[in-house]
Design a binder for this molecule. Structure first.
Ligand code: BGP
Length: 468
């Protein structure tokens, strides 16, 4: 079987991780520009000041993507490049840069798939409370509207937010992302609600503007499974899925929060400060979402947590920065299993869990339109005789594409796959050591680009539409 003709083979990136040019052409300071310079916050003090210099080399990079046969490029817009202080004047130089990137993609027939918020927010807004401040919702609406007005004639695929669970949990529970706050559960839930409200308002606005494209949100997809058949562990996995999936997917796809989580939040006093009007817009905009984006890297293996009583953020000890591995309420914990495969960073490799997770999703939310907006292998790529032979990445992507092919032939409405990442880039917490790209960037030789083995392999996959 081949992938259907309208299935998009893509690859992704995010502004802060590739662009660099952090203080050029009128760009405002972002929360990440500030946070990454606090000693000890990032791997060996790496930051996105230069990143892989995509800001100056986008032409070369997009040309390489075209050569690879890429059908779509998912990238994000840096909010502080467009509106430096978050609320006021538009920076025309910023608009010009993204116009260039979009036009360059279109020149080669590459479909631009644009994320509005991939974690870099104007620092001014962060200082005023970031996503816990309701004023940020309106500022975001203004920014999104500007992007629709300026780019919407050519961009027909929009993602509002990337991985709300990650920037909210790492920002307000783990203290590992801006604003670096630890274990503030009230703020965590408040931030998530404000983001859902902002998303709903932006979707509504997009539809009002009648641009006839599509809009959705990207969520972490890290389904939780019990390690065994014990009832208590199954309950723990259910609980984990309620917090990690239902809390995020329900407001978007069902227009309301899950009762199970609401009940606990009520008991513990964590219900966010919300208005009837906000709840109404979340409800009414749900049916206007055109798709949901899933970022799948790994599942969670869950057991009941017997010894922990105090609510606190807890990541799996052996894994670094694994998205979705939160068990801040102490009810469950995620564990490593001896019979599973793991990356060098302790992230489980499991196409099987991807398959089971997609089935769960279909059962719960029906026939929704899905894009896989991220999936890939973080590795230290082997170099042999000057060639980057990233065979493990090829194997990883191949296995996950196979799952998608089966899911599509089972009737799931999956419309595209975006490998993370198009090009090697900055990993938020793991620096440049952890690579994901099809294109290698040599940090010892003026950021020179080089095609990896996976580049040629993905090109062939696209040409043959995944036929095997
Ligand atoms: C996702 C993010 C990406 C990217 C990826 C890999 O959570 O959306 O921006 O960073 O994870 O993560 P890492 O770089 O931590 O390995």
């Amino acid at each position: 079987m081949r992938f259907p003709h309208d299935f998009l083979f893509g690859a992704a990136s995010a502004a802060y991780q590739v662009e660099g040019a952090w203080n050029e052409d009128g760009k405002g300071l972002s929360n990440w520009d500030v946070f990454s310079k606090i000693p000890g916050k990032t791997f060996e003090g790496t930051n996105g000041d230069v990143a892989v210099d995509h800001y100056h080399r986008y032409k070369e990079d997009i040309k390489l993507m075209a050569e690879m046969g890429l059908e779509s490029y998912r990238f994000s817009i840096s909010w502080p490049r467009i509106i430096p202080d978050g609320k006021g004047v538009i920076n025309e130089k910023g608009i010009e840069f993204y116009n260039n990137v979009i036009n360059e993609c279109l020149k080669y027939g590459i479909v631009p798939f644009v994320t509005l918020y991939h974690w870099d927010m104007p620092q001014v807004l962060e200082e005023q409370g970031g996503w816990t401040n309701k004023a940020t919702i309106d500022a975001f609406l203004k920014y999104a509207t500007t992007c629709f007005e300026r780019f919407g004639d050519r961009v027909k695929h929009w993602i509002t937010f990337n991985e709300t669970i990650v920037f909210c949990s790492l920002g307000y529970l783990a203290g590992a992302h801006p604003p670096g706050i630890k274990n503030d559960i009230k703020k965590y839930f408040q931030a998530t609600h404000n983001v859902f409200t902002a998303h709903a308002k932006v979707v509504d606005q997009y539809k009002k503007m009648k641009q006839y494209g599509e809009i959705g949100i990207t969520h972490v997809f890290s389904p939780a499974f019990s390690v065994d058949d014990k009832e208590e562990n199954k309950i723990a996995a259910y609980h984990a899925n309620q917090y990690g999936i239902a809390w995020y997917y329900d407001p978007i796809l069902k227009g309301k929060y899950p009762e199970y989580v609401l009940k606990i939040l009520k008991e513990k006093g964590y219900i966010p400060d919300w208005t009837e009007e906000e709840l109404k817009i979340i409800e009414s905009s749900a049916s206007k979402n055109d798709f949901i984006g899933l970022n799948y890297y790994q599942p969670q293996r869950v057991v009941i947590n017997k010894d922990q009583v105090n609510p606190t953020y807890k990541n799996r000890e052996d894994a670094t920065g694994a998205p979705g591995n939160i068990s801040f309420d102490g009810f469950y914990k995620t564990v490593k299993m001896d019979d599973k495969r793991y990356t060098k960073w302790g992230w489980e490799i499991s196409p099987e869990a991807f398959k089971d997770g997609l089935k769960m999703l279909k059962q719960e939310y029906g026939d929704i339109k899905i894009y896989i907006t991220e999936n890939g292998l973080g590795d230290e790529d082997p170099i042999i005789d000057g060639e980057i032979v990233d065979v493990p990445r090829i194997k990883y992507i191949e296995e996950h594409l196979k799952v998608l092919k089966d899911a599509i032939s089972d009737g799931m409405n999956i419309k595209g796959y975006y490998a993370w990442s198009a090009i090697d880039l900055l990993s938020w917490l793991n620096g440049f050591k952890k690579q994901y790209g099809f294109i290698y960037v040599d940090h010892n030789d003026n950021l020179k680009r080089k095609k990896k083995l996976s580049f040629y392999w993905y090109k062939k996959v696209i040409e043959e539409r995944g036929e095997s």
